[in-house]
Design a protein around this ligand. Structure first.
Ligand code: GLN
Length: 488
């Protein structure tokens, strides 16, 4: 039996039945990591010792008959912008190259309490700014389906690790698509929950009104499992919603009532790759065959979503990243300066990469006196109009289905010199962040060249349960999620 190819839930079941031990799972997984990691490079750091220690603890619990947690013995990878006590959290930036957090993020604490095994920290675009992983200060992660291609970003490390069977599940963050887009490019299930559903305590802030932690998994059931554990109120995050968390797992196979699926015209227009369009159209037919009604919709202001996002996200980033001054923590230049302003300038010039600097400049510009009304305020107004589009849509439908991205994964280097072209790869994922609604990307096909294609399901605020069920319905009818890349 090849353990690393199993789903997270399969692993847990086998452990509980005592067919395998947690130590075997970890040993098997690390063998796979040592084999695939040189070509994929999904991780920034690995913690085999810590993983084996936790595995032993779980095996002891199981043999003594003690109760184990919901994620018992499941090896999980963590995006490297989520704080892990005692393990470096670099945000793939020189600025935080040696930062070891003294505390765990809420989500890390929760998965540990439920007996998950943390295996390592995954690569990302620096401070989660990017769509291809090429902005990491350390190295580029490669798409396991074809290592000449990017895995998506910013959470390409987490997605590539799950796809290459180097992790059973992963945590990511999604500010404009960083869970869903890499999941689509790597053929995983990636879920961004409602803003406020999962605490961001311990997530290094990028754009606070958009950032959301979520899951990257091999199938929908595993997504439900991980979300069940990390969802819920946390007093340490002032945006955390004090709303009960339903049982995502038990009813996952039952879509209740007559499902009405919204199909937004604007998401199927110019710029959409034909193979992606065909795969999503075929997927919609599968829903129709299963009794769903497809409703043609318009989300008229979504054409402004990317522009709106890049004003709001950069404004918030410029403010959040002001804390990296080389004094409180982070990179400190070896060269001394005569005054504190020159010291700040040197620290930030050396510590940040070019995309981060571009965003800080843009953000400061749109917030500056004289330009605030024309840019930031205007963008906030357009954001309200986009919210209105979705409110109208959800009066008519249960969920909205679209492609996750306008194209499949692109080649390493293809878009790196053209930031605007790169920004457009998030055109379908950004609206959910601006509105705060949940979205999940699931595999719905492959291109003729063998790259995965993702389909996005968006739901009303706090209706993760519904989109998980809608996703599961499709998964039950297809086998795209079971396909594996031919790595070693
Ligand atoms: N690609 C988008 C950006 O660069 C989204 C990133 C994210 O979701 N963290 O801003």
């Amino acid at each position: 039996m090849i353990l690393h190819e199993l789903s997270a839930n399969n692993i847990k079941e086998k452990l509980i039945k005592r067919e395998i031990s947690a130590q075997e799972v970890v040993e098997d997984l690390f063998e796979k990591i040592y084999l695939n990691e040189p070509s994929v490079k999904a991780y920034l750091c690995l913690d085999k010792e810590g993983a084996l220690l936790k595995a032993r603890e779980i095996d002891e619990k199981l043999s003594s008959g003690a109760k184990v947690g919901l994620l018992a013995g499941i090896p999980v990878a963590i995006k490297d912008n989520i704080c892990t006590s005692g393990i470096k959290t670099t945000c793939a930036s020189r600025m935080l190259e040696n930062f070891v957090p003294p505390y765990d993020a809420f989500v890390v604490k929760r998965i540990k309490e439920e007996d998950a095994i943390i295996i390592g920290k995954t690569n990302l675009d620096e401070f989660a700014m990017g769509s291809s992983n090429e902005n990491s200060a350390f190295h580029v992660t490669r798409n396991p389906w074809n290592t000449d291609y990017i895995p998506g970003g910013s959470g390409g490390g987490s997605a590539a690790a799950v796809t290459a069977d180097m992790a059973f599940m992963a945590l990511g963050s999604d500010t404009g698509g960083s869970i869903r887009q890499p999941s689509a490019f790597c053929g995983n299930v990636g879920c961004k929950p409602t803003y406020g559903r999962v605490s961001r305590y311990g997530l290094v802030a990028f754009a606070s009104s958009l950032d959301q932690i979520g899951s990257i998994t091999k199938n929908v059931y595993d997504a439900a499992l991980l979300l069940q554990v990390v969802s819920g109120y946390d007093g340490y995050d002032s945006t955390s919603a004090n709303i009960g968390v339903p049982d995502y797992i038990s009813g996952i196979n039952s879509v209740s009532g007559n499902l009405r699926i919204g199909v937004p015209r604007e998401f199927f227009g110019d710029g959409l790759n034909t193979e992606v369009a065909n795969a999503v159209t075929n997927a919609l037919e599968i829903y129709k065959k299963n009794g769903a009604e497809l409703v043609d919709l318009s989300l008229p202001h979504c054409g402004y979503a990317v522009a709106t996002y890049y004003i709001i996200a950069t404004a918030e980033a410029s403010s959040n990243l002001a804390r990296y001054d080389g004094v409180r923590y982070g990179h400190r230049s070896q060269l001394s300066e005569d005054n504190i302003i020159d010291m700040y300038c040197r620290v930030r010039a050396e510590g940040f990469g070019s995309e981060v600097k571009r965003r800080i400049l843009l953000g400061n510009y749109v917030l500056s006196a004289g330009f605030y009304d024309a840019y930031y305020l205007k963008a906030s107004k357009v954001r309200s109009l986009i919210k209105g589009d979705f409110e109208d849509a959800f009066n008519k439908v249960d969920c909205i289905i679209s492609p996750t991205c306008p194209s499949p994964a692109f080649k390493i280097g293809e878009k790196i010199t053209d930031p605007l072209e790169m920004y457009l790869s998030d055109i379908y994922t950004i609206p959910a962040n601006l509105v705060g609604i949940p979205g999940i990307s699931i595999p719905c096909g492959f291109t003729t060249t063998g790259l995965p294609i993702g389909m996005q399901i968006m739901g009303k605020h706090f209706e993760e349960e519904k989109i998980l069920k809608v996703a599961k319905l499709f998964e039950n009818e297809t086998d795209f999620h079971l396909k594996k890349p031919e790595l070693i």
